[in-house]
Every structure is written in structure tokens, then in C-alpha cells.
Write a protein that binds this ligand. Structure first.
Ligand code: 1HE
Length: 261
């Protein structure tokens, strides 16, 4: 299917999805959301890791405010749209295929909600994080109350929304909004490098990591430990890992060193 607001390129086992609505700072309209949903619902064959990137100076300015203004949606229409955002971002988080986001410039409102659904977030120095919804007189609707609040705590999210506080990339790193900061213009290359490495992990292991940990976090201790045991039983007994363990015994694997990667 032809996309109007995204580009999709497959490089080996890595599929790079690029938001391509630069003139609107990659703000997400209903049609654009549907395109995002489609690619994560039916990943190109052979995809073992996604990179989520953006054209232009900004990652994503969130909800398309102009479309919202012009459509003058009813409560039910907006609720239905929020459900589409939730469905799409759930697909990103839980499809079982890891997603590495390359962030820069504005990562705000729904743009932060989108980034928070990714598993690894690399940010350029130019990146900044904000939830300006309060200032606009609206509320988050793409999952921030769940995903962003879990990363930075509900108290900090409340402050962020009330005060329209902005965090730069370094502060975002301290708070967990991103996992690594790189120079301007370098996030995509770094994200591709990480994605290639992630893609070389066994798919079952990646599936367990990206679908299991967040869900277990929602469970009681007893249920969580039980679920962890089940996941580990499925992953650790995968015959494919024997070869990896043999490589480790014969010292053929890359050594873990402090500060690498
Ligand atoms: C937009 C949008 C948008 C820009 N919807 N059109 N999100 C926000 O409140 C962020 C709103 N945007 C901004 O604060 C700024 O645009 C940026 C900091 C991201 C970038 O600034 P700048 O100076 O590079 O660009 P600009 O001149 O502000 O914007 C360029 C154009 O993009 C301009 O249109 P033009 O016709 O004047 O060229 C802007 O109107 C347009 N544009 N952002 C529509 N968001 C499921 S609920 C989720 C809740 C939310 O996400 S609320 C949105 C929060």
C-alpha cells in the first residue's frame, strides 16, 4: 500500500519507518495514524527490528491540532480516535518486534506518547520533551498517562502537563525519556546500528523482552514471577540458543566491557 505520511524502507532485517510530514512537524492526523497502524500490524516480511525516525528538524509535534480544530469532534468521536491511538501504540509496544526510536527536536504531546511506545530511544542533543496539552487546554489521549507516567512517575507527569515544562535531551536521559544522547544528525545512524544488533538476537528472546517485561510490571509479585518463569521456560529451552552458549564457552563471543554499547 502506498503511504502518504510515512516512508518504509527495509534494510536486511531492519525496517526503517520514517514520519514524513515535515511541513506539519510530523503532527499525527487520522490518516497518518492509520498508516502507522498498518505498518506495525503487518510488518514487512523478515523484519526483526524497527527503527522509528522522522524527517525534518522535529520528531513529532503530537496530535494534528488543525485537523482537530477543523473537525470539531464530538466526545464520542474523540474517544474513538483515542482508542485508535491506543491500539496503534499498543501494536508498536507489543507486536513482539523491538522498535528503536531516533529522536530530535520536538518530541511533544502525542509525539512523546509515540516515542514512549518504542523500546529503545536514542535522542539527538536538539531533542526536547514536553506535554503542552495543559497549555493548549486539552488532555493527553495517546497513552501518556500510562506509558509516560510509568517512565517519569505520575507526579512528574502532572507537573510537566500543568507547567508545560520542557526537558532537554540530557535531562530526558536522566529521567528515562531517552536512553542515549548523540550529536545532532547522528540519531538515525546510531538507531540503525543498535537495531542491527537487536535484530541479531533470537526473535523469541526479543519477543519475550518486549512483550513480557512491561506486562509483568502490571502484575502482582506472585503472578509476575510465575509469568517470568513461563517466559524463561519458553526462551531458555529454545534449541537455537545452544549454539550461542557453545560460542560463549569457546570464547568466541564479544566480551562484555563496562561502558560498551
Ligand atoms: C502543527 C502542529 C500540530 C506544528 N498540529 N499543525 N503539541 C503541541 O502543542 C505542539 C505544537 N507545535 C509546536 O509547538 C511547534 O510547531 C514546534 C515546537 C513543534 C515546532 O516549531 P517550529 O517553529 O519549527 O514550527 P511552527 O512554525 O510552529 O510550525 C510549522 C507548521 O506546522 C505551522 O503551520 P503553518 O501553516 O503556519 O506553516 C504549524 O501550525 C504546524 N504545526 N505543530 C498541526 N501539532 C491523542 S491526543 C494527543 C495530544 C496532543 O498531542 S496535543 C498536541 C501537542
Amino acid at each position: 500500500m502506498k503511504q502518504q505520511y510515512l516512508t518504509i524502507e527495509t534494510e536486511g532485517a531492519v525496517t526503517v519507518v520514517t514520519l514524513a510530514r515535515e511541513d506539519r512537524r510530523n503532527a499525527i492526523s487520522e490518516d497518518m495514524l492509520m498508516e502507522i497502524e498498518n505498518v506495525f500490524r503487518a510488518p514487512p516480511r523478515g523484519t526483526r527490528c524497527f527503527v522509528l525516525s522522522a524527517r525534518g528538524a522535529h520528531f513529532c509535534a503530537g496530535l494534528d491540532l488543525r485537523e482537530h480544530y477543523e473537525k470539531d469532534r464530538s466526545p464520542v468521536e474523540f474517544m474513538t480516535m483515542c482508542q485508535a491511538w491506543h491500539r496503534t501504540f499498543d501494536l508498536i509496544q507489543f507486536s513482539g518486534i523491538p522498535v528503536v526510536a531516533a529522536l530530535k527536536g520536538a518530541v511533544v504531546g502525542g509525539g512523546l506518547e509515540l516515542a514512549a511506545a518504542a523500546h529503545v530511544r536514542v535522542a539527538e542533543e536538539s531533542a526536547f520533551f514536553a506535554l503542552p496539552e495543559g497549555q493548549r487546554g486539552i488532555f493527553t489521549g495517546g497513552g501518556a498517562t500510562v506509558r509516560v507516567a510509568r517512565i517519569i512517575t505520575p507526579a512528574r507527569m502532572i507537573d510537566m502537563m500543568l507547567s508545560a515544562r520542557t526537558y532537554d535531551a540530557r535531562r530526558g536521559l536522566d529521567l528515562g525519556l531517552c536512553h542515549e544522547v548523540v550529536g545532532d544528525g547522528q540519531a538515525l545512524a546510531r538507531a540503525k546500528m543498535l537495531a542491527a544488533q537487536v535484530a541479531s538476537n533470537p526473535p523469541t528472546t526479543n519477543f519475550a523482552i518486549v512483550t513480557g517485561i512491561s506486562r509483568i510490571n502490571d502484575m502482582s509479585t506472585t503472578d509476575g514471577l510465575f509469568a517470568e518463569g513461563l517466559l524463561a521456560a519458553a526462551v531458555q529451552t529454545n534449541p537455537d540458543i545452544r549454539e550461542r552458549l557453545e560460542a560463549f564457552f569457546s570464547k568466541k563471543t564479544e566480551r562484555l566491557e563496562p561502558g560498551t554499547r
